[in-house]
Design a binder for this molecule. Structure first.
Ligand code: TGC
Ligand code: FAD
Length: 396
């Protein structure tokens, strides 16, 4: 195709030129995270996924902390104080490596640290945030229970007053980082409203057995939390929030990171499929020369490009203080759903090789099955948007 020589070249993985919308600082953050992933994580992650175990997860957390990626969009207490857009770009690069690694960072920064940073006492912030920012202390966030996932407001975990103390009893389920956490932010029903508690995991009565046999998010620790008479001082309660608004405000932060992250898994799969299609010869031609393959590649790229633009737009709104929870739902719903579809289509282009861990595609698709469910399922985000559009709540 002839074109003006002054025009920039076409980039197959950035067909709309979205890169031009990023500042030099944003590109620098992205490049640094991409380098960390390429050097420290990519060579090992398929093996971690296969074995269901990250070697030296604490060392990895410290590496992520040294780069300022833990609580990176929070200010003070040793946090990097970067922009929401920079945080989003980092999530994208981390999830291009593996959703489990992005989960480690999301749960640490957007859930456990954010809960303490936003709703905690000065004492809680000073005690935990600096160590969590470096990765020296790991946090988890316990909201979901065995019997209550989409409907956390019905939780059974109870916190009762006993003299000056609180005593927690209950179970949490599917908790990322649970078994390796030094501190758990646990949400419990009180005689009044739901409250958040900062629970050191060495408190008697607390246990966090790991959940095994996952077929998804295998490079991530997922656990049950058992709370049997966990006695805590009054100072353990998050003082500045009560009600479901507390945990849901944290979910807004993590869902925001996910709507970027999912595009990383999509980009990695698209890149694999494009490269494979150019190399793989069938019927004497590269399979990329067949119209049906090109249709798949183009459709994948359209949805990737639209998802990335949406993420960037929502990132700019967040940086401007204008991002609504409904807009986060819109982004999480669209981008995770489309990313999963992109990975599934990429899988077909790789044929039988698509099911192998030699390529990242099936690993990403399997991971995204979890991402589609956690932080609010497709159905929950559909109903959030349905309610916003119609004024009718259809959850119950
Ligand atoms: P509803 O009556 O609508 O609201 C109760 C109170 O909460 C407020 N609220 C919000 N506040 C901040 N942000 C939001 N997004 C909020 N949504 C609602 C609301 O204003 C109200 O406040 P107030 O002061 O009037 O009391 O609550 P509902 O019980 O009808 O539930 C609504 C629903 C279904 C949307 C909510 O329960 C929900 O989002 N369910 C999905 C649960 C979920 O996403 N769980 C995620 C667990 S954590 C996780 O998955 C981590 S995975 C991490 C990883 O590895 O990356
Ligand atoms: P359910 O709520 O039982 O839903 C089952 C199905 O019913 C879904 O399709 C759902 O959309 C549908 N459904 C439910 N209600 C309605 C309705 N009103 N209308 C239409 N459809 C409906 N939780 C934490 O608290 N912390 C964590 O760190 C964490 N990490 C996780 C890590 C992994 C790997 C996974 C898989 C989950 C994690 N979760 C975590 C839990 C996650 O948030 C829940 O799985 C999720 O909220 C859904 O809850 P559930 O699995 O109980 O499904």
């Amino acid at each position: 195709m002839s074109r003006e020589t002054t025009l920039p070249p076409f980039h197959p993985l950035d067909p709309a030129g979205i890169d031009d919308l990023l500042s030099p600082d944003e590109k620098a953050v992205r490049a640094a995270v991409r380098r960390l992933c390429a050097e420290q994580i990519d060579p090992h992650v398929a093996d971690w996924f296969e074995r269901g175990q990250i070697d030296d997860i604490r060392g990895l957390a410290m590496e992520l902390g040294a780069m300022g990626l833990l609580g990176m969009h929070l200010d003070g207490y040793g946090c990097a104080g970067m922009s929401a857009t920079e945080y989003g770009l980092a999530c994208l690069e981390l999830e291009a490596t593996d959703s489990g690694i992005r989960s480690l960072v999301s749960v640490q920064g957007s859930l456990a640290m954010f809960a303490i940073w936003r709703w905690g006492s000065e004492e809680q912030k000073s005690e935990w945030l600096p160590r969590m920012a470096t990765g020296e202390a790991i946090g988890c966030f316990g909201l979901t229970e065995p019997d209550f996932g989409s409907d956390p407001g019905s939780m059974r975990t109870r916190a009762r007053k006993d003299g000056a103390d609180w005593v927690l009893d209950g179970r949490k389920m599917w908790i990322t980082n649970g078994s390796i956490a030094d501190v758990a932010v646990v949400w419990a029903q009180t005689d009044d409203k739901i409250r958040g508690f900062v629970v050191p995991t060495n408190t008697p009565g607390f246990a966090a057995p790991e959940i095994k046999h996952k077929q998804s998010l295998r490079a991530s620790v997922t656990s049950e939390l058992i709370l049997d008479g966990v006695r805590l001082p009054e100072s353990a309660v998050l003082p500045d929030v009560s009600g479901l608004k507390g945990p849901l405000s944290c979910l807004n932060e993590a869902r925001y990171g996910i709507l970027w992250g999912a595009m990383g898994a999509a980009r990695s799969s698209l890149e694999s499929a494009l490269s494979y299609a150019n190399d793989r010869i069938q019927f004497d031609k590269p399979i990329s020369a067949f119209q049906l393959t090109q249709q798949k590649l183009v459709d994948m790229n359209l949805e990737y490009t639209k998802g990335l633009l949406l993420a960037l737009h929502l990132g700019r709104r967040k940086d401007a203080g204008l991002l609504l929870p409904e807009q986060v739902s819109l982004g999480k719903l669209n981008n995770v759903r489309e990313a999963l579809e992109i990975c599934r289509t990429a899988r077909t282009i790789l044929g039988a090789n698509g099911i192998s861990l030699e390529y990242p595609v099936m690993r990403h698709a399997n991971n995204l099955e979890s991402v589609l469910t956690y932080e609010g399922t497709v159905e929950m985000h559909t109903l959030v948007l349905g309610q916003a559009m119609t004024g009718q709540a259809a959850f119950r």
